[in-house]
Ligand binder design. Structure first.
Ligand SMILES: NC(=O)C1=CN([C@@H]2O[C@H](COP(=O)(O)OP(=O)(O)OC[C@H]3O[C@@H](n4cnc5c(N)ncnc54)[C@H](OP(=O)(O)O)[C@@H]3O)[C@@H](O)[C@H]2O)C=CC1
Ligand SMILES: Nc1nc(=O)c2c([nH]1)NC[C@@H]1CN(c3ccc(C(=O)N[C@@H](CCC(=O)O)C(=O)O)cc3)C=[N+]21
Length: 296
């Protein structure tokens, strides 16, 4: 028996169609600004992918590709300008940032209402309080994928391998909010296999190719492979592989491929978050105008 393949692109298309329809009901097309710093080819390629997809669904978008030597002060000045611009609905600063820039300072500076990554502490706090507003793209995309494929989450045992602010932690909050029993494992976890074997839903987000082997998976489990690792195969070409060993397909009940699994969901969710941010901003402005009339 081979695991059911949970393909990302068709589900991403459904999410994008909904986002595009909602965008068309707004007074102006939502506007996303993506900021990248430095010339890491992988980062620049993700940024181009996000921008291309935004264009495809009709969202306005701008990419600011800043030099590797950009200072923290320069980046904060740009963010301040974008925060003040009412025509900008979403701001994404691509991670990681070069060493001279403190990530936390930058993530704190983004207006939480424009924080389409959901990384601002206000949005992180709301997420853990069970009142999510703008939620991180990869975790939110994974939840949409599970729901779309009818994978039961409430009551399920979920194990996440990885505790980053980008993936592991926010996904733990979303799964908990959806009534799963959640365990978060990491590099200091003792006997990882004994933990992962408990999982009905196993999420691998470690960045280690082949980390999850068949003996670590409960037969029939749903396995979500978040890992994106570029490896050189014997044919001498670079390939994209996940954190899940290919043989896991013989044990799992369902499995997301890499590429073509979680990655496209991340991009679709970013654009859905941009539309959501624009909706919230327009609603807030309409409320203010209504209050203004009342005052006059
Ligand atoms: N598909 C997509 O859309 C996305 C994919 N990614 C990919 O997902 C992967 C994870 O990304 P990210 O969360 O940013 O990575 P980080 O490097 O920030 O975090 C990795 C986490 O995995 C843990 N870990 C690493 N190795 C092991 C191991 N051998 N056993 C157990 N735990 C381990 C680390 O533990 P510790 O905390 O103890 O160091 C850490 O918590 C990467 O491959 C990345 O490219 C990321 C974002 C989006
Ligand atoms: N502020 C910020 N927000 C992020 O969401 C963010 C980030 N920084 N830094 C880097 C990670 C990584 N990430 C991916 C997005 C899309 C694919 C994706 O589309 N992957 C395709 C393959 C793409 C390819 O072929 O290279 C797939 O899996 O099918 C992968 C990874 C978002 N991240």
């Amino acid at each position: 028996m081979s695991a059911r393949v949970l393909a990302g692109p068709p589900v991403a298309a459904a999410l994008l169609a909904d986002a595009a329809a909602r965008a068309s009901r707004l007074p102006a097309q939502p506007n996303l600004v993506i900021v990248s710093v430095g010339d890491d080819p992988a980062s620049l390629s993700y940024v181009r992918g996000k921008s291309r997809k935004a264009g495809e669904v009709g969202l306005r978008n701008t990419v600011h590709a800043l030099a590797e030597t950009t200072t923290q002060a320069e980046l904060l000045t740009l963010i301040d300008t974008l925060n003040r611009d009412d025509d900008v609905n979403g701001i994404l600063v691509q991670l990681p940032l070069p060493a001279q820039i403190a990530e936390a300072a930058v993530l704190h500076a983004i207006d939480p209402r424009k924080d389409v990554d959901g990384f601002h502490p206000l949005n992180v706090g709301e997420l853990w309080a069970g009142r999510p507003a703008l939620t991180p793209c990869t975790p939110a995309g994974i939840m949409f994928l599970l729901e779309h494929h009818g994978v039961p989450v409430a009551g399920a045992r979920a194990v996440i391998v990885g505790r980053s602010h980008l993936v592991g932690r926010p996904l733990a909050a979303l799964l908990l909010n959806a009534d799963a029993t959640v365990t978060v494992a990491h590099s200091r976890t003792r006997d990882l296999g004994s933990v992962t074997r408990e999982a009905d839903i196993l999420v691998a987000a470690a960045g280690t190719p082949g980390l999850i082997t068949p003996d670590m998976v409960k037969p029939g489990a749903t396995v979500i492979d978040v890992g994106i690792n570029r490896v050189l195969k014997p044919d001498g070409k670079g390939h994209l592989v996940g954190d899940v060993h290919p043989d896991v397909a013989g044990v799992a009940g369902a499995l997301t491929p890499v590429p073509g699994g979680v990655g496209p969901m991340t991009v679709a969710q970013l654009l859905a978050n941009t539309v959501r941010a624009a909706e919230l901003q327009h609603a807030a402005r309409a409320d203010l105008e209504a209050a203004g009339e009342f005052v006059r």
